[in-house]
Design a binder for this molecule. Structure first.
Ligand code: ZN
Length: 280
């Protein structure tokens, strides 16, 4: 099981350059690169700099985060979103990173499950076509968000969309926080195919009622109320052993030096994962 770092964890106290250096130093295997941090980096560095870093490091890129709010967009909004994808493709080709997280939209009004599914499938197909047109086909990792106002907010609803897409480059992001936050069903996770789980985000959460948790309530893995052992056991039973990416958004953790955040995130992650998998 490879250990991955998601840049949300240090979004308030670091940069891509610093995250790369610190994740390499602390022995992470993989990193997920955020669009905002990539743009900041490229304002003062080149894609060739990023490529050179990965060529000389143990740390490798795993995915780009994220194309956000893909449903029910206006044509102008959609084009802005696709410019993000174009950048991911341009950089991805150079650094050998071909996975992108795509996120459904909040506050879509009175849309039915069927309408949301149709718009999600339309978005998935359009993103796939655009990546191919860029000459860099991407694996699309669809991430449901465990907030009541998100149009896809449970594992079951998201998995149904991924299955309906029926494409060999479309899978799901299982974020343990989002799974817990809206009370996703363990039975739905049990029936999911191992090879459709494209990314595993690990985290924990304060003990709040269904629908009340927000990203700032995330905690170090193992320090909160999420039934991580049950999730990990189901994944292990399926034979899943690819990667786990620590993804926290807690403002308190942005107040410490980035190196402490990165070091503690690794220690806490290894501790919760190691009963199930050998890390590295
Ligand atoms: Zn996530």
């Amino acid at each position: 099981m490879k250990l991955c770092f998601n840049q949300a964890t240090t979004i308030g106290n670091s940069t891509l350059e610093k995250d790369l250096e610190l994740c390499e130093k602390h022995g992470y295997d993989l990193i997920e690169i955020r669009l905002d941090k990539l743009r900041e980096y490229l304002a003062i560095h080149t894609i060739a700099d990023l490529k050179a870093f990965f060529q000389s490091s143990r740390l490798k890129p795993f995915a780009f985060n994220a194309l956000e709010w893909v449903n029910f967009r206006t044509p102008a909004d959609w084009e802005t979103l696709m410019q993000g994808l174009d950048l991911f493709c341009e950089v991805g080709k150079e650094i050998s990173c071909d996975r992108v997280v795509i996120v459904p939209t909040p506050d879509v009004g009175n849309k039915t499950i069927a309408e949301i599914k149709a718009s999600s499938l339309e978005a998935i197909k359009a993103i796939d076509s655009r990546a191919r047109a860029n000459g860099w086909p991407m694996k699309l990792a669809f991430e449901f968000v465990g907030y009541p106002n998100l149009c896809v907010n449970t594992f079951g609803q998201a998995y149904d969309i991924v299955e309906a897409a029926n494409m060999d480059n479309v899978g799901i992001v299982l974020d343990c926080f989002h799974f817990h936050a809206m009370g996703s069903r363990f039975e739905d996770l049990e029936r999911a195919a191992k090879d459709k789980i494209y990314i595993l985000h690990i985290d924990d959460c304060e003990d709040l009622p269904v629908g009340a948790a927000r990203d700032e309530h995330r905690l170090w893995p193992g320090d909160g109320a999420i039934d991580l052992p049950r999730i990990f056991q189901i994944l292990k039973d399926k034979g899943y052993d690819e990667m786990a990416s620590v993804e926290l958004f807690r403002p308190e953790y942005y107040e410490m030096p980035a190196e402490d955040t990165i070091r503690i995130a690794k220690e806490k992650s290894v501790k919760v994962l190691s009963p199930y998998w050998q890390i590295g």
